[in-house]
Write a protein that binds this ligand. Sequence first.
Ligand SMILES: C[S@@+](CC[C@H](N)C(=O)[O-])C[C@H]1O[C@@H](n2cnc3c(N)ncnc32)[C@H](O)[C@@H]1O
Length: 228
Amino acid sequence: MQHNRIILPEKTTDGSHTLYIPELDEHYHSVKGALTESLHIYCGLGLNHFVETHCDKMYVNVFEVGFGTGLNALLTMEMAIEKQLQVHYTTVELYPLTWEQLSPLGYSESVGFQQIHQLPWETEERVNEHFILHKLHKDVLTMEIPHEIDVVYFDAFAPEKQPELWCESLLQCIYDHMAEDGVLTTYCAKGAVRRMLQQVGFKVERLQGPPGGKREVLRALKVKQVLN
Ligand SMILES: C[S@@+](CC[C@H](N)C(=O)[O-])C[C@H]1O[C@@H](n2cnc3c(N)ncnc32)[C@H](O)[C@@H]1O
């Protein structure tokens, strides 16, 4: 299921690179800084927030919507090593990129980046003692969402470009499959997305976006239900 779109590399403001799809007029990351965006929204407001608020929990299930270039996966693996976590990372991608498309990003010398991309799809693979990777070459709309997810990186293309992925039924399904106290982060701070997240049960926070990037981003928390 390889798409035939033209995909072009592009340098972002922080010096890191992203990819651009002219046909969709869409980038894989923020043009204000790909690396800064991944570190701030997903590793920082997502995973780091989760581990800081769950000091006793060193085993974390992460689910990413949109594997893309593998940048979020790589940075998460580096963070897992640094913080001595055990991360189980499930990620889904409908259109895997080729090594030829990924090379201009500038990570191809990184052993971690090579490992992440060389590992097969569909099977759970231990990359090192801190990181298990499960890449799924599937459509997130029809796949079976994993259970007991602690942290969700909701990194789909923008709602204007792929509205079908920003729907209540998918968000509800993800919410239902998350552990209590789970956290979801996304770069998209649109009011309609925020309201949809609230509608499915999340408590939503609007937080400061990455330095030099978007003004606001969203973090959605699955809070414990209080029974009367
Ligand atoms: C914003 S990019 C993700 C960037 C990525 N997280 C990274 O670190 O490079 C969105 C990704 O979602 C993928 N995608 C689009 N439709 C999808 C679908 N129905 N199911 C799974 N992935 C999909 C796209 O091909 C693209 O790689």
